[in-house]
Design a protein around this ligand. Structure first.
Ligand SMILES: [Zn+2]
Length: 68
């Protein structure tokens, strides 16, 4: 059963042009090898990473954003 999450909770991360779920993204460094900062996807903005046409998945574990 899923626990309740606040809209400002971290849903995932954007890192080196890939997206990662919160669990996988947590362990990533703060900047990638090109110096770009890891950025947070808050629960409120998860809609931008979910679509009826395209499936977005965590680059590490493959979990679809709709399951985050
Ligand atoms: Zn993951």
């Amino acid at each position: 059963m899923r626990y309740y999450r606040h809209s400002f909770d971290v849903a995932g991360y954007v890192f080196h042009a890939d997206i990662y779920c919160a669990e996988c993204g947590e362990g990533l460094p703060e900047t990638d090898r090109e110096g770009n900062a890891k950025s947070v996807i808050f629960v409120d903005y998860l809609g931008e990473f979910t679509s009826d046409d395209i499936e977005y998945n965590c680059a590490t574990c493959g979990l679809a954003t709709t399951e985050w």
